[in-house]
Design a protein. Structure first.
Length: 194
């Protein structure tokens, strides 16, 4: 009898811990964004291949520099909050298949429940939040919008919902990779630096 009671308690704790450990993201992420992230590696491979086939030598060199930076832990002396320079790189699915935009301004805040990103200049913007997936990768859920418009809430629909993976690449650098964005490219990469 004691064994059954302990076994039941252990199973209950396992179920409770599993439900708790899944985090807020599993309740927030849309089905289409979950699918996009599940296909992340395939999308990334195809987008990079297309970009390297049609990009200029200088743009391909820049892309290679971005993609070969190490994925560092977010937990080691890294505070994401503050002002950042940010630029978007569009890969695949369009002609030309590699476009590197200039630098704009982004900011990261922390409201006590985690880091939130907002691109504050440029015509195409994003606003969203990071969720910890591992020590070297965060998941970003946000909304894309045009300057002068109010951003929709995440979950409003595929035209505005954005999902991606963030990687820390240096002491004052990280990037967010957005697989299969709604418009234009196969993948967008937002590179950020101080």
């Amino acid at each position: 009898m004691m064994f059954r009671t302990l076994l039941t308690a252990a199973i209950s704790l396992t179920v409770l811990n599993t439900a708790y450990a899944d985090g807020a993201i599993t309740r927030l992420i849309t089905a289409s964004d979950k699918t996009r992230l599940e296909k992340y590696q395939q999308t990334r491979t195809k987008a990079v291949d297309e970009a390297k086939k049609s990009g200029t030598p200088a743009d391909i060199s820049t892309l290679n520099q971005i993609l070969t930076k190490p994925n560092l832990p977010f937990s080691q002396d890294f505070d994401m909050t503050g002002n950042w320079q940010c630029r978007t790189i569009k890969l695949g699915g369009m002609a030309p298949a590699l476009v590197i935009y200039g630098w704009f301004k982004c900011k990261v805040t922390d409201d006590g429940s985690g880091w939130a990103l907002e691109k504050v200049t440029g015509s195409q913007r994003t606003k969203g939040r990071f969720y910890t997936e591992s020590d070297t990768r965060l998941t970003y859920l946000g909304t894309g919008y045009v300057s002068g418009k109010k951003p929709a809430k995440y979950g409003a629909g595929p035209e505005t919902d954005e999902a991606g993976y963030a990687y820390r690449t240096g002491k004052n650098a990280f990037r967010v990779e957005f697989p299969a964005p709604y418009r234009e490219s196969l993948m967008d990469i937002m590179e950020l630096k101080r």
